[in-house]
Design a protein around this ligand. Sequence first.
Ligand SMILES: [Zn+2]
Length: 223
Amino acid sequence: MRHYHRIGKSGSPLFGKGAWLPDWERRKFGTEMIDEAQKHGATDLITEFYKGFGRKIEEEQWPRLTEFVGRCHERGIKVWVYTQMCSLYYETFGAEVEDWESWTAKNRDGSTRNFGKAYFRCAPCLNSPGYAAYMTNLITDGAAAIGFDGVHLDNAYYEHCWCPRCADLFRKYLASAAILKRSSGFRFRGMSSPLLFHQRVPRDSIRSRSSGSTSAWMSGSDF
Ligand SMILES: [Zn+2]
């Protein structure tokens, strides 16, 4: 519900403004809904768990989720939980994680990437060890506390990221002997190229006429 309120008119107005929303919120964890779903043959249900607002805020829901999972298990129904992987509501997430900006994905110009067109949501860098550890702990602790049976990782895709961490990883990738031979024509003895450790992101203007490792950098393609 917090998600629908925040996205406002960009989401479904009914979810953002409906006067019936509090009743719906209560009903979605109630036994009536579970029994109705089972009557229609449901064996697994998916409910909310994490939407990117930050753990401290979303943990408020854990007691209700624990009760819900218990009711489902009593009826032999398994519960999966929705977990958002690629969107951070930094307005609240940032209050919890001091170094949150270093966890975000960057555009080619170094600016922080948004999730879609929403200025109030940003995309994480999936190569960030801090973000990976945060999500691992969140899911591990949530499973232990709530007892859910599975996790639905939504938006678990990788869009190319130009942060210093990813740039460095990509230089190492380019510098492998096998990649070099195919892409740039450079040949070196051994398995790495000191030259490419210093490569920089090319200017946009040379994108159309570049080739080899340069075009791979610009497009982010796996060549
Ligand atoms: Zn990155």
